[in-house]
Write a protein of this length. Structure first.
Length: 293
């Protein structure tokens, strides 16, 4: 079991570590263009090709969609009960709701639970993105959150993948092969870019960041327990949901807080420490899901 766990976790953190080393050595490394290409092209290609290769019947995935929504919203509601001196509620709630489902979640879930789960993994990723760019932006700024989700290419890629999954003959095979090749770039690039981003950050407000991340883990565990108790979900989906609520806060939370002037320095500390703590928490969660579910 230990070797299996290492084979799952080590490759993910090895690529992140490579990005961190690169970021520390190349202080002026500009990942802006690379990240923009990943968000605008490679990630949508991954979403499209994954849904084509792993078709999902939305009627049969209704429970997963409902569970995914609850696993995002419930932590936010639970965190409203917490108070941290000097931390705005919107800062606290945002990072507790939206976890690192892209950079870490997709590759980790694939390695841990198998490529045959990729369709469900991508569905959870797109769902998180959709809520992040609608409700998440609404939490930060009511004006920004109304229609911004329509500009998210992952949403349109998911829609195209779902529509064409059962009608592959509508497009020539080279279209799907090209999308698959582009999509293969996304995951390692996500991990590498995360490492570079972590190398650029400076850790401050450590006490606050630690308390907040512990609150996130508690809220995530309680939310998963409620969802697992209420909904009749299979073990495959339970594993995905259990890991999704225990992932570290998304790096995107920091970028959005910086854009909308919502305590970006404190959010940076929360995100950095959360991702650092995940070196300890993620192997434990993966182990428990493989043994107990």
């Amino acid at each position: 079991m230990l070797l299996t766990l290492l084979n799952i976790v080590v490759p993910v953190f090895a690529v992140v570590a490579a990005g961190w080393v690169f970021g520390r050595r190349q202080r002026q490394a500009d990942m802006g263009f690379v990240n923009q290409a990943n968000v605008a092209l490679f990630c949508p290609a991954l979403v499209f090709s994954a849904l084509i290769q792993n078709p999902l019947a939305l009627a049969d995935s209704g429970l997963l969609l409902l569970a995914g929504v609850l696993c995002i919203l419930l932590p936010g509601l639970l965190l409203c009960l917490f108070r941290f001196h000097g931390l705005e509620r919107r800062t606290l709630v945002l990072a507790g709701m939206f976890r690192n489902t892209g950079n870490i979640g997709i590759p980790l879930m694939m390695l841990a639970y198998g490529a045959d789960q990729l369709g469900a993994i991508i569905l959870l990723f797109v769902l998180s993105n959709l809520i992040h760019f609608s409700l998440g932006l609404f939490i930060l700024s009511r004006e920004a959150g109304r229609w911004r989700w329509l500009q998210n290419p992952n949403v349109w890629a998911a829609l195209a993948g779902l529509l064409l999954a059962e009608h592959r003959a509508l497009l020539p095979e080279f279209v799907y092969t090209s999308a698959d090749l582009l999509g293969q770039i996304a995951v390692p690039l996500m991990l590498f870019a995360l490492g570079v981003r972590l190398a650029e950050g400076e850790m401050g407000n450590l006490g606050l960041a630690l308390r907040v991340n512990l609150a996130y883990l508690l809220a995530g565990a309680l939310s998963f327990a409620l969802v697992a108790w209420w909904l009749p979900l299979g073990n495959d989906w339970l594993r995905l949901l259990a890991l999704s609520v225990m992932l570290p806060p998304a790096v995107l939370n920091y970028l959005l807080c910086e854009q909308y002037g919502c305590q970006p320095d404190k959010m940076a500390s929360i995100v950095l420490l959360g991702n650092a703590l995940s070196v300890l928490t993620i192997p434990l969660v993966v182990y428990l899901t493989l043994v107990l579910l």
